[in-house]
Design a protein around this ligand. Structure first.
Ligand code: ATP
Ligand code: XMP
Ligand code: GLN
Ligand code: MG
Length: 501
């Protein structure tokens, strides 16, 4: 399958770029400059933008892997600076920079179907001050800055064609993908599913597979694909770690059974609480939960003589933990990627690793999975373990389950939950004085959170109507004896993350 490879230099818009190209029907993958590998199916390479300056000491360079690999390159912003430098041009810090909407005049001979002047979206302080030999300016901003150049094959833009605010941006990307790279449109989810089923058959052979099933969208879709490929050789394992939402274990198991997949429901709650005893550091808690998951999976796999572990890891999990590698700080270890133990006996099977969440959902629809399983809110593998701040125990889990279930019920009944991407309650290790029935009370503080997001990478808090907040607060403080105070979290991501730990 023809593919365009995006090399990620840390731009905010890298994922968007990959999305745009897939929306054109062409498969596209993202890799860091270190991880990028040349492969024959790659028809073109895009160098993304990024926060660094190419002339800075230690700045990420032009990928060595591309030396002698004759495919067209498109550079965007930082990528344009890299390409300019590589071909012998010069990049310097500009006097002012260009940020936001900027008019650009386009070379009409190169772009026949695009107006002479377009509005583009810029975000740069550096600029190309001297063009490489054999390159020609193909776009210039109203400030006189080079906004695009090309040597006839490779092409570079200072603005971001992948951002909606750039007029005709999609046409410019299409021009590169189809006219320059000659990529063919053969990326279709249904074709992807068929290919994956064949691939899983080949990889697994006559072995057996166990799969972590949480009831979430990702693991459900991964399981249906795998069961199509290996049939009865697949067994799903739902781990109840005691940190699920109230009644979630019962509901999830029922829903999953309706898929016709063999399912084992393991109650490992005592084991998880035992392992978590005395631990209050968030990273340590995440690592322990990740390891305990694997211990449970390995134990079940041994009983069944299985050698593969299926996980519903998706693209954003990988990108986030990629972001948790060399080029940036580690924020938190997601249990299924960064939280895995170093040594594992099971071989990992991750068939939807390359997909975005909405693609996973669409694939789920095309596989005929119940909509109720596909429209669920994301729920983190460590569950309430990262929503009980500080040390976790079964009593705190019980209290938080009650609070969370009241909050969710209020949101559902008011119709507000349909507008929210993710919502939950957090139990704080803080006690507060109150007065209940004329007596002094001294109870837990809980925080409510509701956010909107598309991929979970950024999020903004949801403006819940005051009457809904009031109802939630009153039902929680009267329905859960141990709770004395309710607060609402009004922090976006960034600077916060969605979960509190
Ligand atoms: N309680 C659980 N039992 C078994 N496996 C689990 C459990 N929780 C998480 N997993 C495994 O970890 C993977 C990652 O969890 P994650 O929450 O990102 O995905 P998901 O639960 O499938 O989907 P969603 O993001 O919609 O919740 C899952 O795909 C699944 O394989
Ligand atoms: O499967 C998961 N394992 C984890 O360890 C994990 N940590 C956070 N999340 C979910 O990921 C999204 C982003 O969360 P953060 O802003 O807290 O990083 C949100 O949707 C979180 O609920 C996890 N999911
Ligand atoms: N958005 C970008 O890629 C910016 C590139 C570089 N950091 C600059 O400021 O010019
Ligand atoms: Mg989940």
């Amino acid at each position: 399958m023809d593919r365009i490879a995006v090399i990620d230099y840390g731009s905010q818009y890298t994922l968007l770029l990959a999305r745009r190209i897939r929306e054109m029907g062409v498969f596209c993958t993202v890799a860091s400059p270190e991880e990028f590998k040349v492969e024959s199916e790659i028809k073109g390479v895009v160098l993304s933008g990024g926060p660094q300056s190419v002339y800075e000491e230690g700045a990420l360079g032009f990928p060595k892997q591309l030396e002698g690999f004759p495919v067209p390159i498109m550079g965007i912003c930082y990528g344009m600076h890299l390409l300019a430098k590589k071909l012998g041009g010069e990049v310097r810090s500009g006097a002012l920079g260009e940020y936001g909407l900027t008019n650009v005049s386009m070379d009409n001979e190169r772009f026949r179907d695009i107006p002479e002047e377009i509005v583009t979206w810029m975000s740069h302080g550096d600029e190309v001050t001297s063009l490489p030999a054999e390159c020609k300016v193909i776009a210039r901003s109203k400030n006189g800055i080079t906004a695009g150049f090309s040597n006839g094959r490779d092409i570079a833009f200072q603005f971001h064609p992948e951002v909606n605010h750039t007029q005709f941006g999609t046409n410019l990307i299409e021009d590169f993908v189809f006219n320059v790279c000659n990529a063919s449109r053969n990326w279709k989810l249904s074709a992807f599913a068929e290919r994956k089923v064949e691939e899983i058959k080949r990889i697994v052979g006559s072995s057996k597979v166990v799969g972590g099933l949480s009831g979430g969208v990702d693991s459900t879709v991964a399981a249906v694909l795998t069961s199509k490929a290996v049939g009865d050789a697949f067994t799903g394992i739902f781990v109840n770690h005691g940190l699920m939402r109230k009644n979630e274990d019962i509901e999830v198991c029922e829903a999953l059974r309706s898929l016709g997949i063999k399912l084992i429901n393991v109650d490992a709650s005592e084991e998880f609480f035992r392992e978590l005893k005395g631990i209050d550091n968030p990273e340590e808690k995440r690592k322990i939960i990740g390891k305990t998951f694997i211990k449970v999976f390995e134990r079940e796999a041994n009983k069944l003589n299985a050698s593969f572990l299926l996980q519903g890891t998706i693209y954003s999990d990988v990108i986030e933990s990629g972001a948790a590698s060399k080029n940036s700080a580690k924020i938190k270890s997601h249990h299924n990627v960064g939280g895995l133990p170093d040594k594992m006996n099971l071989k990992l099977l991750e068939p939807i690793r390359e997909l975005f969440k909405d693609e996973v959902r669409n694939l789920g629809y095309s596989l005929g999975i119940e909509p109720s399983l596909l429209t669920r809110q994301p729920f983190p593998g460590p569950g309430l373990g990262v929503r009980i701040i500080g040390e976790v125990d079964s009593e705190k889990a019980r209290i938080l389950k009650e609070v969370d279930s009241i909050f969710m019920d209020v949101l559902r009944k008011s119709g507000e939950s349909e507008k929210i991407w993710q919502s939950f309650a957090v139990l704080l290790p803080v006690f507060s004085v109150g007065v209940k029935g004329d007596k002094r009370s001294y109870g837990y503080v809980v925080a409510l959170r509701a956010v909107n997001s598309s991929e979970g990478m950024t999020a903004s808090w949801h403006e819940l109507p005051h009457e809904i907040l009031r109802e939630a607060s009153s039902r929680i403080t009267s329905g859960v004896r141990e709770v004395g105070r309710v607060v609402f979290d009004i922090t976006d991501k960034p600077p916060a993350t969605i979960e509190w730990e």
